[in-house]
Design a protein around this ligand. Structure first.
Ligand code: NAP
Length: 301
């Protein structure tokens, strides 16, 4: 298959890039491993996307998908195993065995959650240990849960869990939060949220089939039916190792126009070395990447 622009990943960055690129008259293939939306699909409620006071992540994803498709973007479910540059064309080798040829590529593969590395974490994943409050929170209705982390995800999801569960204990390794002040203030005000600061979960205990408690660094044991771990994200860029410059965390290094070390290859959203991983910044990156891809393709003529 041959297209002007191949976009890898259909989260907000990829969908915005697809809308901009197709509106500019380019043929676009958008590849995604699952349903379009990326991490949007894990967000219960978004209240800081301009123009949308309150909506679910899934609703916003659906609107972005429809918008990109309305201008002619084609969405296909497959994964890129490797990429190569052949003259002025890129060749993407897909997991299915297919190949896509494109003049320019925009990588918008996003990021996935990091694990904590606590004893018992792997054993109890899916049996009390979770990395997604929207997906698993409802299983812990009226139960006691622990949230690990002090970033936006930990605080946002602790507030969501507090609406469903009996109690939430936020365990954070420092006494200052990376999360936005507003979220911390809301958590401090919530009746059923308490904090364990300058502490960490070192062991997740259970009865063999489900979580029963956690042991903290200071030796304290807290009863818990569920443990939600939100300790940051890892960029989904493994397949790009050796192809493009990545930073220490694995994020694609870009300039402010989303250009990378490979001419014609751009990166947008959570997979790049960005300061702020938000839906709105991912969408903005996508628009910039599409603009840069446009300039690059014009320069080939
Ligand atoms: P993050 O901002 O990187 O925060 C990770 C948290 O985990 C930090 O508090 C960090 O502690 C802690 N942590 C890391 N390693 C740890 C370890 N080994 N043990 C204990 N704690 C550990 O990640 P995030 O919260 O997933 O957010 C990712 C991005 O998405 C951010 O840019 C965020 O702004 C964005 N986001 C935005 C929203 C929103 O706007 N509503 C919602 C969710 C996410 P330290 O602080 O001590 O480093």
């Amino acid at each position: 298959m041959e297209k002007d622009i191949l976009i890898i990943g259909a989260g907000p960055a990829g969908l915005a890039a697809a809308t901009y690129a197709t509106r500019s008259g380019y043929s676009v293939l958008l590849l995604d491993g699952m349903a379009p939306g990326g991490q949007l699909l894990l967000i219960d409620e978004i209240e800081n996307y301009p123009g949308h006071a309150k909506m679910s992540g899934a609703q916003l994803a659906e609107e972005m998908e429809k918008q990109a498709e309305s201008f002619g973007a084609e969405i296909m479910y497959d994964e890129v195993s490797s990429l190569e540059k052949d003259g002025s064309f890129f060749i993407a080798n897909l997991a299915s065995g297919d190949k896509v040829k494109a003049k320019s590529v925009i990588c918008a593969t996003g990021a996935t959650h990091r694990t904590l590395g606590a004893e018992g974490e792997e054993k109890y994943t899916g049996r009390g240990v979770s990395y997604c409050a929207t997906c698993d929170g409802p299983f812990f209705r009226n139960k006691d849960v622990v949230v690990v982390g002090g970033g936006d995800t930990a605080l946002t999801d602790a507030l969501y869990l507090a609406k469903i569960t009996k109690s939430v204990v936020i365990v954070h390794r420092r006494n200052e939060f990376r999360a936005q002040k507003l979220l911390v203030e809301r958590a401090l005000k919530a009746d059923n949220i308490s904090f364990e600061l300058e502490n960490n979960v070192v062991c997740i205990n259970g009865d063999g089939s489900k979580v029963t408690s956690v042991t903290l660094k200071d030796g304290k044991e807290i009863k818990a039916d569920g443990v939600f771990i939100f300790v940051g994200v890892l960029p989904n860029t493994k397949f790009l190792e050796g192809f493009v410059s990545l930073d220490k965390s694995g994020a694609v290094m870009t300039d402010s126009a989303m250009r990378t070390s490979v001419e014609g290859f751009f990166a947008a959203g959570d997979c790049r070395n960005t300061l702020f991983r938000q839906v709105v910044t991912a969408a903005s990156d996508g628009a910039l990447a599409a603009h840069s891809a446009d300039e690059y393709i014009l320069s080939l003529k």
